[in-house]
Design a protein around this ligand. Structure first.
Ligand code: ADE
Length: 244
């Protein structure tokens, strides 16, 4: 997958050389390039921002350096869904696991990271997705882009050591993951649930499903509204509600 990022602060992306995303680059699973769109500024002072027409607080990113930087990485217009041009903006649609899955099916992702008060609105002609990391305002889109790249790249084949682990993540099936334990079996009087050591896989799977539902009910009941539950899961939830 080819990933390009348009940013005024390329040095922030040094974090992408570490760990699993760094390995994905070394193994040529992703080809990540960071383009400083200041290089596409038109004047000698390399200005990429200007005052808003009609007045207003702060400066806006100008249209020309952004579009010309975009043209340096893809032929416009982008061919969605294989090519996605993603504008990071707190007013965009929220980033979710579902969107990470969608992004992971693309051949090419381009992230546009803003700074200052915002963008000249004409940039929207060139984008396929306007996405927010959450309902808060960051100083720029860089951290949001890194989070989205991380969540997307780990879903690509051969990125995680164990191909199964992305499937069992919290959110992967719309529910939170059940608690997990490793050795020792007992630590300061706290014991691993017996069932996990029983060797009975049917019972273990039932426990995992029940505890996944319990976590979701306790911490994120809103997810249960969105998730299509089986008859069995609805019964388990009924029991859990009584227990609590
Ligand atoms: N830029 C500033 N705040 C942001 C947010 N919440 N999500 C994406 N990009 C942003």
């Amino acid at each position: 997958m080819k990933i390009s990022v348009l940013s005024l602060f390329p040095e922030m992306f040094s974090a992408m050389h570490a760990s699993i995303i760094g390995k994905a680059q070394e193994n040529n699973i992703i080809d990540l390039s960071i383009v400083n769109f200041r290089e596409f500024a038109r004047n000698k002072q390399k200005h990429v921002d200007d005052y808003p027409f009609g007045g207003g607080v702060g400066m806006l990113l100008k249209i020309e350096p952004l579009v010309e930087a975009l043209e340096s990485v893809i032929d416009l217009p982008a061919k969605s869904p294989k090519q996605r041009v993603i504008l990071l903006d707190p007013s965009g649609k929220p980033f979710t696991q579902h969107l990470a899955n969608e992004f992971s099916k693309a051949d090419e992702l381009i992230f546009i990271c803003g700074h200052y008060e915002g963008y000249d609105a004409r940039i929207k002609q060139y984008i396929t997705d306007e996405v927010s990391l959450g309902d808060y305002v960051l100083t720029g889109g860089e951290l949001a882009a890194m989070v989205m790249i991380d969540a997307t790249v780990r879903l690509l084949p051969d990125v995680l050591g164990n191909n199964q682990s992305a499937l069992s993540d919290s959110h992967a099936n719309g529910l939170l993951e059940h608690p997990q334990y490793t050795r020792p079996r007992e630590y300061r009087g706290m014991c691993v649930p017996d069932v996990l050591i029983s060797g009975n896989h049917k019972l273990i799977d039932e426990w995992k499903e029940r505890e996944s539902l319990r976590q979701t009910l306790l911490k994120r009941p809103d997810l249960l509204e969105k998730h299509e539950l089986t008859e069995k899961q609805l019964n388990i939830l009924e029991e859990l509600r009584h227990e609590l």
